[in-house]
Design a binder for this molecule. Structure first.
Ligand code: ADP
Length: 263
């Protein structure tokens, strides 16, 4: 990643038909990346041309979750994104050596994001999913500046503490004037084989965030789905194979596909 972006961003053109979703969360570890890669794989499996831009520059995990190990190829001044499980994917993780941390300040982040949007040969995408870092920092602001038409998809857990922070992450749209497409609750109560319900992270966070964002934006922000806790979802992520493809009938995969239906 050298130099600055020189080209314009195809998704920002007025005639662009690509739907861009910026997947946001208040806190880390709520499953934002897991939701992003599974939605991408589900949409690609339906025949759509889908890209994932891993904008979680410091905490990138998309390459592992999609099982991408190689580096992108360069063709002239363009970067060809690897395709994994039918999804075109780019991440800063593909440009660093080993597990080196990325230590960048705001302007570098902005330039990297600009390059990922303008210098990557995405082709004509139907959908671009951007995995934002948690919170309301530089990348969220840059995304809003570079792609004002990107819609926010807010991921939260059912827990009150997480929901409260997610409300703030969503409320950034009041300043950036971005639309919020909806809320996804992840790590929701799971039903054990004996029928008991395990609500490790409580319940109600998704409803709460959707209601709060509906109030603050004066629009209807729907709760698009509740993805239950599921060890197979975690294992599939670790193995680099999205659960929606590996085990499409599992409860978490069914819930993720329901969310994909709404996008
Ligand atoms: P974030 O992107 O918000 O930091 P991740 O997607 O990396 O979160 O998820 C954090 C961890 O939780 C990962 O190990 C992931 O596999 C696991 N995980 C995510 N969603 C679920 C779920 N519904 N059930 C079980 N484990 C999950």
């Amino acid at each position: 990643l050298k130099g600055g972006a020189t080209k314009d961003i195809p998704f920002a053109r007025a005639e662009s038909t690509t739907r861009v979703y910026a997947v946001a969360s208040g806190k880390g570890g709520v499953g934002k990346s897991t939701v992003t890669v599974n939605l991408a794989a589900a949409l690609a499996a339906r025949g759509l041309t889908v890209g994932v831009l891993d904008a979680d520059i410091y905490g990138f995990s998309v390459p592992r979750m999609l099982g991408v190990t190689g580096r992108p190829t360069r063709v002239g001044d363009m970067i060809l994104p690897p395709i994994a499980h039918g999804v075109r994917v780019i991440s800063v993780g593909m440009f660093v050596d080993g597990n080196t941390p990325v230590v960048w300040r705001g302007p570098m982040l902005h330039r990297a994001l600009q390059q990922f949007l303008a210098d990557v040969y995405w082709t004509d995408l139907d959908v671009l999913l951007m995995d934002l870092p948690p919170g309301t920092g530089d990348v969220a602001i840059s995304t809003a500046q570079l792609l004002p038409t990107a819609e926010l998809l807010v991921v939260t857990t059912p827990q009150d503490a997480a929901a409260e922070v997610a409300e703030r992450a969503g409320a950034i749209s009041l300043q950036t004037r971005q639309k919020i497409v909806g809320v996804v609750e992840n790590m929701s109560p799971m039903t054990l084989p004996d029928g008991t319900v395990l609500d490790l992270f409580g319940s109600g966070g998704g409803e709460r965030v959707a209601a709060s964002l509906s109030r603050s934006t004066g629009t209807t922000v729907p709760l698009l789905g509740q993805i239950p806790l599921d060890t197979t979802l975690r294992a599939a992520g670790d193995a680099g194979a999205p659960l929606v493809l590996q085990s499409p009938d599992s409860p978490a995969a069914l819930a993720l596909q329901k969310v994909a239906d709404t996008l």
